[in-house]
Write a protein that binds this ligand. Structure first.
Ligand SMILES: C[S@@+](CC[C@H](N)C(=O)[O-])C[C@H]1O[C@@H](n2cnc3c(N)ncnc32)[C@H](O)[C@@H]1O
Length: 304
């Protein structure tokens, strides 16, 4: 059960860390990107963050050979400034965030991320959050509908939310496969479709459980302060909500404040330059070798 890092060459190219630099990998996972960066840039030091204890253990073992150049921190990347501050670090040369779940998380049935594996409805990436089970069985029908619509971009959110409420009145919904079957009974099964109709609802629940968009937004608020001059930001997203958030925030930071008199942006208030006019996608060969990369979109920026 290994996790194949995506867009590795592109990550190294856009992050372009200086030889004696310090970068922070906000989503250490199994340490795939971290290992590639440390290997490619001999003097580089790296701080790796993950909120998942299992990921930190795995990455720790994988990165042992880079002993002395790596520090692993537990925590949320939404608190990046505070985490780095506690580690005595004020500025870094690069920030990498490879969002979403890792293959280990997805493939461990007991963690409840995948509807392909029977498991408890959990979906927590780290300690301390509500589980998907609590959300499914306790949120009001209206709240569920909102989450399915906003975070799953699911057109049939109302019908699914109603079906969930009706089903749980009989008995609580406990497992991934129970929820998947309920969704199939409500809006139809997979049939010959490429994407399972349960995908959007599972995505929505995962985003809500892990407060993914709020964390990403807080991270983006802090990067300009944490990056030194010419420092780089690289973000890989796996669904359009994340990618849109990244795209819009990078655009705003690149534009800076608008002068009311002239309607132009004040050049001194521009924080970053966007390096990717369009999101960078994996090649067909990478998608064939690593299907998880299919939806990946990379965006990068440089601190001015
Ligand atoms: C796609 S994986 C990263 C894989 C990694 N790049 C590699 O090559 O092995 C995403 C990781 O980010 C972690 N993660 C997601 N959101 C996080 C957050 N807000 N704070 C800290 N870690 C987070 C997850 O626990 C998961 O291990």
């Amino acid at each position: 059960m290994s996790h194949e890092p995506v867009l590795v060459r592109e990550v190294i190219g856009y992050l372009a860390p200086p030889r004696d630099g310090l970068v922070v990998d906000c989503t250490l996972g199994a340490g795939g990107h971290a290992a590639a960066l440390l290997e490619a840039v001999p003097g580089l030091r790296l701080i790796g963050i993950d909120r998942d204890p299992q990921a930190r253990r795995l990455a720790g073992a994988r990165l042992r050979e880079f002993h002395g150049r790596v520090r692993i921190l537990a925590g949320e990347f939404g608190e990046l400034g505070a985490l780095l501050g506690r580690a005595g670090v004020e500025r870094v040369d690069g920030v990498l965030a490879d969002l979403g779940v890792s293959s280990m998380q997805l493939e461990t049935a007991e963690r409840g991320f995948s509807f392909r594996r029977e498991g408890p409805l959990d979906m927590r990436m780290g300690p301390g959050q509500l589980t998907a089970r609590e959300i499914v069985n306790r949120y009001s029908e209206a709240e569920l509908q909102r989450i399915f619509r906003e975070y799953g971009e699911e057109r049939r959110a109302r019908r699914i939310a109603r079906a969930v409420r009706q089903a749980r009145e009989r008995r609580p919904i406990e497992t991934t496969t129970e929820l998947r079957e309920l969704i199939h009974r409500t809006i139809g099964g997979k049939g010959g479709r490429r994407i399972d109709p349960a995908t959007r609802v599972f995505q929505a629940l995962r985003i809500e459980v892990n407060q993914e968009l709020a964390g990403l937004s807080r991270l983006l608020d802090q990067v300009a302060t944490l990056l030194g001059g010419d420092g780089r930001l690289v973000v890989i997203s796996y669904h359009s909500l994340e990618d849109r958030l990244v795209k819009n925030r990078l655009r705003d930071m690149a534009r800076g404040e608008i002068d009311e008199a002239t309607g132009r942006s004040r050049s001194e208030s521009r924080l970053i330059e966007v390096l990717t006019r369009k999101p960078v996608r994996p090649t067909a060969a990478e998608v064939a070798a690593n299907p998880r990369s299919r939806s990946a979109r990379l965006r990068a920026a440089r601190r001015l």
